[in-house]
Design a protein around this ligand. Structure first.
Ligand code: GDG
Length: 497
């Protein structure tokens, strides 16, 4: 990589994600500096970014922040600026109020606004241009998530020499739902610019290839899709016909279930001070027989209301008593400027207030509701203190909280109650699997978890831990990137398929 006034520095491995992996923090003296944000993606890619000549393209997280590229902890950061209107339209609008509800099976009503779409296209173009500008010849670019689905197509057009991967962190919906999207063809064409398109679940990959067949009539077989090269039957005309025997490009659409940075969770859980904090939490809660825990961003996909309903009914029926059981619900603040999230917060807080008012006693609160974010040490202490972990998502790409809970429980204690609608349930079969819409079923599972004999808990947790410990996030990225490398070296464009 070389640098001078006109030629930007170039890189052979580039991550493109909505957010840069750093947060801006202000220290005591009032100086601004960057701190690595602790997400799983950073953990997965950090070793690779540091060992290769890697760069990360992303938004710094606030409007109107215009920054030159900078280096932080050996990773080259390439900031993309968004103005206030783009934050509203591209991010809060099209990403979080159109695609997010649509891709989570319309749990909330998606809004379709043409200005939001226009902004989405413009911002995707900015990300794609930045990546195209800094990519070495033949470089690998890995694009992440629903905010940037047009980037693979834009990059392929500008830079056919690149190897392009895409990973979708959230579900991909069935065609009957996806087809609501007024810009459904543009999204599929955008994604098909990648060589490998990764999904959380086998079902998500299947939904995608079905959408490809329905919208474009391209041939697909298992995880493979054959995309005509230079096809004029594109998104703008909607013409599905393409010439037989014309050159095709092979695209892989497959499931690569994401995981967590297992080692860091296992190590935190072993720390004496974290274990002491777990005991202190139990103490502070008044030493209940059972601590139940929920940890979620305050999001309507997480099924927090369904969980509270089940818990409230168990208290009302006298099957649980606040003397014995308490529920700690961490609901970390999220997307607070989007209307559906404001409404959700009101609903949840009304429900918590009612349940606490109806069933609490002096000294025994039914629900400890915490609308706050916490350091990771505190989260792990909570996992260690929790006898029952409740994951009741109505739809969730994976759900890392379920895997974090399992990773921390080296004592083989604790029971995981897990929604079938979270991607994690494909792997974590030894959890108590529930359908969160079936409130009686959730109640049964909660009671069963509380009463579960220690031997059964150990047996289940041992099996769950085996799955999580064998599949950490570094392995996830290695498997994805290996497939990406193979997809381009072994299968160039051909006339055969
Ligand atoms: C998306 C997909 C997919 C939460 N509150 C606090 C805190 N957290 C951490 C958790 C966990 C992460 O945030 C949340 O991850 P999830 O997977 O549960 O959910 P999403 O945020 O919706 O993530 C999801 C994921 O992408 C990865 O592909 O699994 O399906 O929706 O790590 O621990 N962490 C700290 N304090 C908090 O208050 N420190």
């Amino acid at each position: 990589a070389s640098q001078n006034e006109v030629e930007p520095e170039t890189y052979d491995f580039i991550v493109v994600a909505n957010r840069l992996p750093v947060d801006s923090v202000t220290d005591e003296e009032g100086n601004q500096r960057w701190r690595m944000s602790p997400g799983g993606l950073v953990a997965a890619l950090e070793p690779l970014m540091k060992s290769t000549d890697g760069a990360w393209v992303g938004w710094p997280g606030a409007a109107d922040v215009v920054l030159d590229p900078f280096e932080h902890e050996n990773i080259q950061m390439v900031p993309i600026a968004l103005n206030e209107e783009e934050v509203e339209r591209y991010y809060e609008g099209f990403s979080n109020d159109t695609l997010w509800p649509l891709y989570h099976d319309v749990i909330a009503q998606p809004s379709y606004h043409r200005e939001w779409w226009d902004s989405y296209v413009a911002v995707n173009r900015r990300f794609a241009d930045a990546a195209a500008r800094i990519a070495d010849k033949g470089a690998t670019v890995w694009v992440h998530d629903y905010q940037l689905q047009l980037v693979p197509g834009m990059l392929r057009e500008a830079r056919p020499d690149l190897t392009i991967g895409f990973f979708n962190h959230i579900p991909f919906p069935a065609y009957g739902i996806f087809s609501q999207l007024p810009w459904r063809q543009q999204i599929i064409s955008g994604l098909l610019g990648a060589d490998v398109i990764g999904f959380q679940r086998v079902a998500d990959a299947g939904n995608f290839t079905r959408a490809v067949r329905r919208l474009f009539g391209y041939e697909t077989k298992g995880t493979r899709v054959w995309v005509p090269v230079g096809d004029s039957s594109d998104a703008t005309t909607g013409d599905r016909s393409h010439v037989r025997g014309a050159p095709v490009r092979r695209v892989i659409a497959r499931a690569y279930p994401i995981s967590i940075d297992v080692t860091s969770y296992v190590e935190l859980a072993q720390k004496p001070e974290v274990q002491a904090r777990a005991r202190e939490i139990r103490e502070e809660l008044g030493n209940p027989k059972t601590i139940m825990l929920g940890v979620d961003r305050l999001d309507y996909t997480k099924g927090i209301g369904h969980r509270l309903k089940a818990f409230g009914e168990l208290l009302a029926e006298g099957r649980l008593d606040v003397q014995d059981v308490t529920l700690v619900q961490v609901a970390s603040p999220s997307r607070e400027r989007v209307a559906s999230y404001m409404q959700l917060r009101d609903e949840i807080e009304l429900t918590v207030g009612r349940i606490n008012g109806d069933y609490g006693s002096i000294g025994h609160t039914a629900i400890n509701y915490l609308h706050q974010g916490y350091p990771r040490e505190e989260m792990v202490a909570l996992y260690l203190a929790a006898d029952v972990m409740l994951v009741t998502a109505l739809r969730d790409g994976m759900n890392l909280v379920a895997k974090e809970y399992v990773a921390t429980r080296a004592d083989l204690g604790g029971v995981l109650v897990l929604s079938e609608f979270a991607g994690a349930s494909d792997d974590l079969r030894q959890a108590l699997l529930i359908n969160p819409h079936d409130i009686e079923g959730v109640k049964e599972a909660v009671v069963r978890a509380i009463d579960m004999p220690a031997a059964e808990k150990r047996r289940r947790m041992r099996a769950l831990r085996k799955r999580v410990l064998e599949n950490d996030v570094v392995k996830w990225s290695r498997v994805f990137l290996d497939e990406l490398k193979q997809s381009t070296t072994a299968h160039p464009v051909s006339h055969e398929h």
